[in-house]
Structures are given as C-alpha cells and as structure tokens.
Write a protein of this length. Structure first.
Ligand code: ZN
Lengths: 433, 139
C-alpha cells in the first residue's frame, strides 16, 4: 500500500524546514505568553528571562517549566491567553481529585488539533471511504471531540457513538459496516471479546483502529488485532497540549510521530530538570508553538518515554516517541538509577508471573537495596528445587537487563502480599520512614 | 509402585510447616512420608499421606500452591549395601534419581524409600524382576 498523508508537505518536511518552523513559531509564542499570560510572565521574570533571550529552540531550556499544579493554581481563567470572545471551546481533564484543569481553544486551535487527528487517521490507513465509529466519550473529555473532528477532516462517514452501550455499538458496527474504530484499548479489547463470544467476526468489517487515552501493551495490541480483525494503532495526547493526536503511530507501529510543526518535545531528567540527549529515557515535556488560547510552554507531562529521530519507512520526518513507560509520580530512584514499577511488571509478565508483586526499597549501610516480592503461581511451581531456583535466576537477570541495577527477588506464598482495599500495595519505600 | 506425591510451596518462616501439618491432621489426613527441600527464603514440602486427594483439596482451599507428581515407592532391605544395590541396578537401567526420602514406618524388615525418577513406569518394570526391592502395597 502506498503511504498516505493528510498534509504531506508538512509531515515529510525536511528537518531544516521543520526546525525553521519551530524556531519562528517559538519566538512568536514566547512573545504571546509574555504579553498575554501574566501567570507565565511572572515565572519568566522570576527566572530572569525575557522574550529577547529566546531566539530559537536552542534557547528553550532557559524557559521555566509548567506543571499541572500551575494549571490548577490558575483555575479557571488564569491560562486563557486570548480575549474570551475569541475562545470557542473548553475541554477538561478527567481529574478525579482536586480542581480540574480546563483548556481553551480558538477556532484555529480546534483546527490544528483536528488536523493532528486527521493525520493520525490517515497514517492508520483511513480515507473518505471509511465508516469511522468513535466510541470515545464525547463531552469535556477530548477523546470523542478530537477523533470526531479528525474524521470529518479526512471525510470518513463518522459515527459519533460516544462510550458505553455495547449492544448498540456492535449493532451499528454490523449494520452500517464500520471499517475504522476509535476508542480506548481496554474497550477495544472488551468489544473483541464480545465479537468472539457472540460469533460476530464474519459480520463485522473492521480494518483499522486507533486506540489511546490509556496505557496498553503489545500483548493487548495482538489480542485486539486478532479478535477484531484489524490493525491497531496507538495515539498519544493530553488535554493540556490539545488532546489526542499530539503524536500518532504510522504503518511501522513502533513509536508515535510527534506533530512537530505544532509541538516541540523535550526529554528531561525529572529530578534535575536538565534536558537529556536524544535516546535517553526521561520525562516528556511539550511546548505548543502555535496554539493561541492555551499556549503552554515546557509543560511537564509526567510521562516517561524515549525520543528517537531517524528515517521511518512511512516517509514522515517527525520525531518519534516511545509508548510511555511509566509516570514520574511512580518513579523510584534506587542507587541513583530511575526505576519504574511498570518496568518490573513488564519483566514479570513476560516470564509468566501475572499475579501479584511488590517492590521493597530500603537503605542498608548507606546503600540502597531493592527487593521484588513475587507471589508463587501454580504454573511456575515444581516439586524440584532446581526448577524454581532457575526461574528465580531468570527473573534476576531479566530485571538486571531492564533496570541496569541488581534487584533481589523473593518468591513468596500466594495472597501473602499486602493489599489495601483490594488493590495490592506495589511499592514500599522504607527509606522515607 | 507409583504414588502421587504432593508438593507445597512454603516460605521459610517460623510456624509455616507446623501450620500445614496441623491443617492436614485436623482434617484426618495422616502423613506417611515427608521431605523438605529449601533455600534461605523458601522451601518445598513433599509428602505422601493416607489420602492424597483429600490433602490436595484441603491445601488448595487454603490458597497453598501445590503440585502433584508421580513418585515411586521402593523397598530397601535392611542390610549393609541394601540401598547401593538398588541404586546400581537403577543406574544400569539409565534411571536417575532426582531426590529420595524415607517413609516413617518400615515394612517386614525393609525400609521404604520414596524416589523421584523421570519414568516411574520404567522403574516398576525393572523391579518386576527384582521382587526384593518391590513395594506392592502402601499405607
Ligand atoms: Zn513512520
């Protein structure tokens, strides 16, 4: 199949051209926030930086970061950077605690966001011939609105189903001949199970789907692709930066191209805030360079990932980001190394320990120790000690390879790991006590 | 003869072993042979009882991880070289012993051993022509 682009000249622009766009737009954007966002101007003043100090993206590091706390502080209108009459839309994050975060959009902001989603749909093979079913929630959540807008732009016949009512989802999917599906990966997996159970696979005609807004594994991807008979693509986004479509997967399905004409991505060390070289794992930071109503500079996503620029067979020149590997909130620093519970979980899952585990970090004789408690499973148990110690050694070496430091492994009895309200306590850091 | 041995995963904590033996005896299960293999953190209890099916059900209901493995019961004459004769015989037949342990009681002046071999049927066949090592009844 020939590569398809929604905006070919942008998506395949030379690195020099991309760079030029970013430089020009960033300089302009910094002036915009300096003039129109007193909250950020104050931060810049505190950091001793003025718009004159920002001449290109090389100067980006001089600018202060923004976090979710800043957005909560300034709630509700503190980050609206255009006159209220120019703002045409509000979306909001699904925050369950504390104040919500509200994001503002001008007509042009909506337009560029929908362009991003249209690029994602096109990269996943979507065309005007598709019947595209959106079962993301509509409303304040950006999932429904974003993919809906992108679908219109591509010219797909759009089915704005919103979330829930699985019977109706499946009925429409069958009757209207849905070919393209957009929803969360967990809902896609659930739909796949229903299709299998009800024997509908011959009656549905899906060929591609875009699934995002939550973390999912390669294993889930294979499962969804099999049960729904489609190619499953990942998408990344966050309301603070626009919504879904900040980055999207292409035919290679190995990382998401960041829409760099609109968003500059950086990876920083979450502890020191220092920018890390390309290829290193750290916290993803975004600057939106041409959004008017809600122009966030150096917004810390708290997602941990790796950026990679290289030739992609799809022809796009945009930088690629890996699937987020965890959240900075969950990060542990052990012997000076960043460790994420999700990394340990991945190792255990791959070795067949799908059950419960717990990470215990301690400090003994001024040295950090990390121990992983793993509940024994019937599948991994044996009457022969040698077989069990061999499994233990496998876990040890896989953890060493994943984390870069040695962890201790302790096999424990089933259901012996503490739980709190039904949820296992994943991390115990004794160093803080 | 071939018996079903039950193995239980056990953390090395004081009282863990007695908790299991108490649980079994309270439910009318009598242990006939018991063996423990351990590391510093955990161990495997292997045992034979008068009612293995019941023992397995009781332990599973209490969330213990268990596995059931066929093992061989053999008789060892109570004289010098009694065991080495049997082991030599088995080695000649290519039967390796993974581990072995003895049964609490003895039978007609012979010690009874539980042996873990890859192929218990092969051992049965071998001992058919060596009745002095054979066990035909157990419990
Ligand atoms: Zn690509």
């Amino acid at each position: 199949m020939e590569n398809q682009y929604y905006q070919k000249e942008i998506e395949t622009a030379s690195p020099e051209t991309l760079r030029k766009w970013q430089d020009e737009r960033l300089v302009k954007q910094v002036r915009h926030v300096w003039n129109d966002l007193p909250y950020y101007r104050k931060k810049m003043e505190e950091a001793g930086v003025t718009p004159d100090d920002i001449k290109s993206r090389d100067d980006l590091y001089k600018l202060p970061f923004l976090t979710k706390d800043d957005l909560r502080d300034a709630y509700p209108y503190g980050f609206l950077a255009v006159p209220r009459k120019d703002c045409v839309r509000i979306q909001s994050t699904s925050g369950t605690t504390g104040k919500r975060v509200v994001a503002f959009y001008t007509k042009e902001d909506i337009d560029l966001w929908e362009d991003c989603c249209a690029r994602a749909i096109t990269a996943a093979g979507g065309t005007a011939d598709d019947v595209l079913q959106v079962c993301y929630g509509y409303g304040l959540f950006t999932g429904g609105a974003g993919l809906h807008g992108g679908s219109h732009k591509v010219g797909c016949m759009t089915l704005p189903m919103s979330s829930g009512n699985t019977d109706r989802q499946l009925q429409f999917m069958e009757d209207l001949g849905t070919t393209f599906l957009c929803c969360t990966p967990s809902y896609a997996q659930y739909l796949g199970e229903c299709v299998k159970e009800r024997g509908l696979s011959d009656r549905i005609h899906l060929r591609a789907g875009i699934f995002g807004a939550e973390a999912w594994s390669e294993e889930m991807r294979r499962d969804i692709e099999k049960t729904l008979g489609l190619k499953a693509y990942d998408i990344y986004g966050l309301t603070e930066i626009s919504g879904p479509g900040v980055a999207f997967e292409c035919c290679e399905q190995n990382g998401m191209h960041i829409n760099e004409d609109h968003f500059i991505a950086e990876i920083i060390d979450p502890e020191t805030g220092k920018v890390l070289p390309e290829g290193e794992k750290g916290e993803l930071v975004f600057t939106s360079v041409d959004k008017a109503a809600f122009p966030l500079i150096r917004y810390r996503t708290r997602d941990i990932c790796v950026l990679h620029r290289g030739k992609c067979s799809c022809g796009r020149t945009f930088l690629k980001m890996s699937k987020p590997m965890g959240r900075t909130d969950d990060m542990l620093i052990v012997k000076g190394v960043n460790v994420f519970p999700s990394q340990i979980e991945t190792v255990l899952m791959e070795l067949g320990y799908t059950s419960n585990y717990q990470i215990v970090v301690d400090r003994v004789n001024a040295t950090d120790t990390i121990e992983v408690l793993v509940e024994m499973t019937a599948e991994n148990f044996s009457d022969e000690l040698g077989k069990i110690t061999a499994i233990e050694k496998n876990i040890l070496s896989a953890l060493k390879a994943m984390l870069g430091i040695s962890a201790k492994v302790r096999l424990v009895a089933p259901k012996s790991i503490e739980r709190s309200e039904g949820k296992a306590i994943r991390v115990i850091d004794k160093r803080k006590i | 003869m071939t018996l079903n041995q039950i193995s239980v995963f056990l953390e090395n904590r004081t009282g863990e072993l007695s908790a299991i033996t108490r649980l079994l005896s309270e439910n009318g299960v009598d242990l006939r042979a018991l063996n423990i293999a351990e590391t510093s953190d955990y161990g495997i209890i292997r045992f034979i009882s008068n009612d293995q099916r019941k023992a397995a059900a009781i332990l599973s209901a209490e969330d213990y991880v268990i596995s059931v493995t066929p093992v061989s019961a053999v008789a060892v004459p109570d004289r010098p070289g009694g065991l080495s004769g049997l082991l030599a015989l088995m080695a000649d037949a290519g039967l390796n012993v993974g581990y072995m342990y003895s049964v609490f009681s003895e039978s007609a002046g012979k010690a009874i051993m539980i042996m873990r071999v890859e192929d218990p049927e092969k051992l049965d066949a071998l001992l058919a022509s060596h009745p002095e090592y054979r066990m035909d009844e157990f419990c």
